[in-house]
Unconditional design. Structure first.
Lengths: 172, 400
């Protein structure tokens, strides 16, 4: 077993364990903190795949912004520190079926895939991952259209947020 | 490997050679040597932190026309050790209703988030990882600091701690935006996100000359990120007490305090690296180890700069502070980014030609001054208009 495989197994165990804690813990702030551990594990996986940029962006966006906003929302909407209600609601069987189907489908899909036994090719030290990513994002042959669509979506969300929060004169 | 050009590499090879001599696998020996290196760096940084407490107290004393610590040892240098002994032997208090695990994790994550920054801090040409996403790494690690503040505020089971944490986190995630954009400007000028490459690119002219406005932007947003005056919103002695760490005692409080000072020094180092040429200086190409001295000197000046700002500025109200960020710094930073990128592209020809370098340098400097002047002029007009409106209303109210 190589060092990379050992690190991968530890990271995968941490991701799965913390993901299970997210849905089983009763305390919502604890759930958000476990979610941060899960997201951090995903960042470690990206870093192991030589995708340093995506790993760091994962930490900046998901932990630095989204998880913090989760915690804010939980703290602002819940009055008590501990939630004592039941952990399941009426639709639990529906989500159980859906997740079982998704898991089964993934297993079925990956059965015939030969990528599982492949070893990643070593990248030379001269390989410029960020430069390649930047070129791919703005080149018409690659991802310029999805990139622009995502930008427009974010801009629309921004305008919407301003519109909702905006106070017209004479209101209030 | 020559000891004088790269002592760290030489020491690492010597150490892993010893481990291999003990019958260890070569890869494992390399990893173990790296761990020893990390341990040494962290120890040195923590010892430095002890003296930062002393420096901070001396700086604030100078600004307030006092002497500062002066009883224990020469110039009071032994004072921080006495403080540490006091902090360690203090009783470990858990207030009622704290969330013990989160409560204990918060100061650890706080300190870790500062120590992680030292991985990319370019101490010299050979010391300091040249991560190809170094600039973003700086922001990502800052996210951990934000997280630790909200963890401390929530787990303390104290409404003052929670309110202080809310205010601080709101400021930190807002000022992250101008900070990222300010850091993109050295990236554009040097063509790299690795911090050591950015320092290496400043051989002919420091970025404080090429992009003075980016420096000001970074200085303001870094002050907010550090939570130091005039942006220390968590502190309001009569209403909020001292913010997220009010329920901590002993060494746990000590960790918060020490990490704040070390964070400030680290950002002094980043200011030196991004805008003051880092380890660049005379004779540094002959003796690379000299770079460490230059870097530490510049970082200390940066640290003093933060102290100077902290002890001479009054605190800003939170809504004014948010206005400053969202209505001025964020739009301004985007304009500045496009402007600097455009000027850099227009003047790139002069940079490439031999002997015309000064046109590039002066062109960048003067164009920055021009943009700063235009911005100030627009702000002055706006402020004048507002004042006329307010004064007109006052005059009208006086008539009734």
């Amino acid at each position: 077993m190589t060092v990379a495989q050992i690190i991968f197994l530890i990271t995968a165990a941490v991701i799965l364990g913390s993901a299970a804690m997210v849905v089983t813990t009763r305390n919502l702030v604890h759930a958000a903190l476990w979610l941060i551990v899960t997201l951090f594990g995903a960042a470690v996986l990206f870093a192991m795949l030589n995708a340093g940029f995506i790993a760091v962006v994962q930490v900046v966006v998901y932990i630095g912004a989204i998880a913090i906003l989760f915690i804010f929302a939980v703290m602002l909407t819940r009055r008590e520190m501990n939630d004592t209600g039941p952990g399941l609601n009426k639709g639990w069987w529906l989500s159980a079926v859906t997740s079982a189907l998704t898991f089964g489908g993934l297993v079925w899909l990956l059965q015939g895939w030969d990528g599982l036994s492949k070893v990643a090719p070593a990248l030379g030290s001269e390989f410029d991952a960020i430069g390649a990513l930047a070129n791919a994002l703005v080149s018409p042959e690659a991802y310029v259209l999805p990139f622009e669509v995502a930008s427009v979506l974010l801009l629309a969300a921004l305008v919407g947020a301003v519109y909702i929060a905006f106070q017209r004169k004479g209101e209030e | 490997m020559d000891f004088w050009t790269d002592p760290v590499e030489a020491a690492g090879e010597w150490l892993s050679g010893i481990f291999v001599g003990w019958g260890m696998n070569a890869d494992a020996a390399h990893v173990l040597a790296a761990f020893v290196g990390i341990l040494v760096l962290i120890s040195v940084v923590m010892v430095l932190d002890i003296f930062l407490v002393w420096t901070e107290r001396k700086i604030v004393a100078r600004f307030q026309d006092r002497i500062g610590p002066n009883r224990l040892g020469p110039f009071g240098l032994v004072q921080p050790f006495a403080d540490i002994i006091k902090l360690i032997i203090k009783e470990n208090i858990y207030p009622v209703g704290v969330d013990k695990i989160v409560y204990n994790l918060a100061p650890i994550i706080m300190m870790t988030s500062v120590l992680l920054l030292w991985a990319v801090l370019p101490l010299t040409e050979f010391l300091g990882l040249d991560l190809n996403v170094g600039v973003l790494y700086l922001i990502g690690v800052g996210a951990l600091g934000t997280l630790s503040i909200i963890m401390a505020g929530w787990s303390s089971n104290n409404k003052y701690a929670l309110l202080g944490a809310f205010r601080q986190v709101a400021v930190m995630i807002s000022y992250e935006i101008p900070m990222v954009v300010a850091l993109l400007i050295p990236t554009i000028l040097s063509g790299s996100m690795g911090i050591n490459s950015i320092v290496a690119a400043q051989e002919s002219s420091w970025y404080i000359v090429l992009a003075p406005l980016a420096f000001l932007l970074f200085l303001i947003s870094a002050t907010a990120e550090l939570g130091r005056a005039p942006f220390d919103l968590t502190e309001a002695e009569s209403e909020l007490i001292a913010g997220h760490h009010i329920e901590y005692s002993g060494m746990k409080f000590g960790l918060f305090y020490a990490s704040e000072l070390l964070h400030t020094f680290t950002f002094g180092g980043f200011i030196a690296a991004f805008f003051f040429g880092g380890w660049q200086g005379p004779w540094v190409s002959e003796i690379p180890a000299l770079g460490l001295l230059y870097f530490l000197a510049k970082a200390t000046v940066g640290y003093w700069l933060f102290g100077w700002i902290k002890y001479t500025m009054p605190r800003i109200r939170i809504d004014k502070m948010m206005d400053l960020n969202w209505k001025f710094l964020v739009p301004f930073s985007f304009v500045l980014l496009m402007y600097v990128a455009l000027m850099n592209a227009l003047l790139a020809g002069f940079r490439a030609t031999e002997g015309a370098m000064w046109i590039y340098t002066w062109g960048m400097f003067l164009s920055n001054i021009l943009l700063g002047w235009i911005t100030l002029e627009i702000l002055r007009r706006r402020a004048h208009g507002e004042r006329v409106k307010v004064e007109g209303a006052v005059v009208e109210a006086g008539h009734h």
